[in-house]
Ligand binder design. Structure first.
Ligand SMILES: Cc1cc2nc3c(=O)[nH]c(=O)nc-3n(C[C@H](O)[C@H](O)[C@H](O)COP(=O)(O)OP(=O)(O)OC[C@H]3O[C@@H](n4cnc5c(N)ncnc54)[C@H](O)[C@@H]3O)c2cc1C
Length: 397
């Protein structure tokens, strides 16, 4: 329950990786802040999404002393395997490009770590509190109207509001349409994303390009593996019983030729439409956007959580400079700095979509795109320059 007197210098909407990292960094520097989260604590700590952390993400978390969990349980990862009609090949991307590796650490574990650090430091968070709208962002006393889990209304007043509440959150909704430019692309590709209670089947990320559609394999923990299956746009998760999933994965990952999968009961499953969506600029007066609220990126290149961490650090530094030294240069530069990273990640992610999927169209168009896709795969297999480019963009943000 909130009252008319609820205030904080920075009100942060959303307790995902972006909101919780921002909260930690502000709290540590003595900035008065609060995190408002619609879901329950259990919800955010069990929501399985990302798992591949870029080298720069790990450096940021280590720099701020927030990496104890991933230092302990994260596993470095540096190889991917492509399977297609042209055969299979492996790329040890950790030995290419800048020599950077991923750390595999489930997003829900990262969120749990960030929350624990934040609470230990005395951070304020309100679960079950849905932000409805940000008001007065054009001025320097914005406020956020909220609804608590019991339905009671409230209002938080702030100096700044950080919208870290995802693509469908209140922050985005509160910005007038004529104050931002929206870039949106529906890639026309749908994935069934699932978590299997089974050990990884490969010691690599597996990307299978197949006439029936893409299939992907990504380790999460020694006992849980994420798989993706490209499927029809109107597919429903309940259309996919376990047997159908394993049959389709086996076919597309060509287990006849390359060995069986390690199967197990399928746990969470959900349908993901591959879309990209960027708002420009990432600021509307005293409201700033970070993470998925700023830019949604398709999971094809595993960039979303990494961008969220990068942007949260940039925003924290800028807010601290402003609130402690009266220096607003960082806030003024925030949007442009983030957008440079965002568009680079979007470009690579878009390239990955073209590498892994066919495109609908007339027979001639579909054949054209299929041939481009084959050419991309063989270039990646045969060209060292192409491999270095891939490695730099695959792990980098
Ligand atoms: C299947 C899948 C796999 C993925 N794999 C990867 C990967 O391997 N690597 C990678 O980097 N990225 C990956 N991503 C993307 C990544 O998960 C997101 O980019 C990341 O969660 C963004 O973090 P965030 O903090 O911006 O938003 P979120 O994690 O979405 O957090 C936003 C929070 O805001 C809360 N909220 C929403 N609306 C309101 C409101 N009105 N009021 C209050 N609270 C609100 C939500 O409950 C949520 O807790 C994947 C995504 C999916 C769906």
């Amino acid at each position: 329950m909130t009252s008319a007197g609820d205030t904080a210098d920075v009100v942060i909407l959303g307790a995902g990786p972006a909101g919780l990292l921002l909260g930690n960094l502000l709290q540590r520097d003595g900035i008065d802040c609060v995190v408002l989260e619609r879901g329950t604590r259990e919800h955010i700590q069990t929501r399985a999404r990302a798992g591949f952390l870029a080298a720069r993400t790990v450096q940021i978390l280590r720099r701020h002393g927030l990496a104890d969990g991933l230092n302990r349980d994260g596993r470095t990862h540096h190889t991917c395997e492509f399977r297609s009609d042209e055969g299979r090949f492996r790329l040890d991307y950790g030995g290419l490009g800048r020599g950077e590796r991923h750390t595999v650490y489930p997003q829900q574990a990262l969120v749990s770590d960030l929350l624990a650090h934040y609470l230990d430091a005395g951070g304020r968070i309100r679960f079950g509190t849905e932000a409805l709208a940000v008001q007065g962002a054009e001025g320097d006393r914005p406020s956020v109207t909220v609804r608590a889990a019991d339905g009671s209304p409230g209002r938080w007043r702030a100096r700044y509001v950080a919208g870290c509440d995802g693509r469908h959150g209140a922050a985005r909704r509160s910005i007038p349409a004529d104050a931002v430019r929206r870039h949106h692309l529906d890639h026309g590709v749908t994935w069934l994303g699932l978590l299997a209670n089974a050990p990884p089947s490969l010691d690599a990320v597996g990307y299978a390009v197949h006439g029936r559609g893409f299939a992907g394999h990504m380790a999460r923990t020694p006992t849980v593996t994420r798989y993706y299956l490209q499927c029809a746009r109107d597919t429903r998760a309940e259309d996919w019983p376990d047997d159908r999933i394993w049959d389709e994965l086996s076919l597309r990952l060509r287990t006849d030729a390359y060995g069986p999968l390690r199967t197990g009961p399928v746990g969470q499953r959900g349908v993901v439409h591959l879309e990209s969506d960027v708002l420009e600029p990432l600021r509307h007066g005293s409201l700033f956007l970070a993470g998925d609220a700023a830019s949604l990126i398709s999971p094809s290149a595993a960039k979303g959580a990494n961008l969220a961490v990068l942007e949260a650090e940039l925003l924290a530094e800028a807010l601290i400079d402003d609130l402690t030294h009266g220096d607003s240069a960082g806030l003024d530069a925030y949007s442009a700095r983030c957008l440079t990273h965002i568009w680079r990640a979007q470009e690579f992610s878009h390239w990955m979509i073209g590498l892994l999927h066919g495109r609908p169209g007339t027979d001639g168009e579909a054949r054209f795109h299929d041939s481009l896709r084959r050419s991309r795969i063989t270039a990646l297999r045969d060209s060292r320059a192409q491999q270095d480019w891939f490695a730099e963009h695959y792990v980098g943000v």
